[in-house]
Design a protein around this ligand. Structure first.
Ligand code: B4P
Length: 197
């Protein structure tokens, strides 16, 4: 099975939910840039102070900050210099074309390649409903209606185009994100097998 995977899809498509499930199945770590930012904001670290204004507005954090953080995180996962054994599910990264190029560069520096990209699809009405429901439970600062609308616009403008990049490389499989969580996981596992072929 593939073990170096990026998970794409709009906010609320289920990336975080599915990344954790897939990572467990594959025995690799799920790395969520959103989770790392939120942990830093909560811990009031320098990074947290720097990114809070962007995440709370639903803007992308500047590339130089995100790229450096992802490079460090992936490098820290290499055990005994054996980069070929590095496995991950990246959730929320890359999020624009420049980040795709940086991920290519990071992996090239490590001497490894990406197995592929899985894109979870879901329309704006469904994801908005899910995020508003999450707002009632978790109260995330970026799950308010105006910020969700802005996140979806940022997604359409900056993130959606990267699917075409992976598709041109023959590295993209799209998966319907509508349905029960377990059902979506089964579709993703099948999609992983398709990437392996
Ligand atoms: P993220 O944390 O990545 O937020 P997200 O896109 O909203 O996805 P999330 O993982 O939370 O939601 P999910 O779809 O799993 O990013 C937050 C912010 O961080 C960004 O706006 C940006 O500012 C910054 N950031 C992150 N990465 C960055 C990068 N690379 N570059 C620059 N900035 C970056 O789930 C949503 C809800 O749906 C959950 O409540 C879940 O329970 C529910 N759900 C999931 N699957 C479901 C299903 N099948 N049915 C019903 N509900 C479901």
């Amino acid at each position: 099975m593939s073990a170096r995977i990026v998970l794409l899809g709009p906010p609320g498509a289920g990336k975080g939910t599915q990344a954790a499930r897939l990572a467990e199945k594959l025995g690799v770590e799920a790395i969520s840039t959103g989770d790392i930012f939120r942990a830093n904001i909560k811990g009031e670290t320098e990074l947290g102070k720097l990114v809070q204004e962007y995440t709370s507005r639903g803007e992308l954090v500047p590339d130089e900050v995100t790229n450096a953080m992802v490079r460090d995180k992936l490098a820290s996962k290499i055990v005994d210099g054996k980069a070929e054994e590095l496995g991950f599910i990246l959730d929320g990264y890359p999020r624009n074309v420049a980040q795709v190029a940086e991920l290519d560069a990071i992996l090239a520096d490590f001497g490894v390649t990406l197995d592929g990209a899985l894109e979870i699809t879901a329309d704006n009405d469904v994801v908005t409903e899910r995020l508003l429901k999450r707002a009632e439970i978790e109260g995330r600062a970026d799950d308010t209606e105006p910020v969700i609308r802005h996140r979806l616009a940022v997604y359409a403008e900056q993130t959606a185009p990267i699917s075409a990049v992976y598709s041109e490389r023959g590295k993209l499989v799209q998966v319907d994100g509508i349905g029960e969580v377990e059902e979506v996981t089964s579709r993703l596992v099948k999609a992983l097998e398709a990437l392996d072929d």
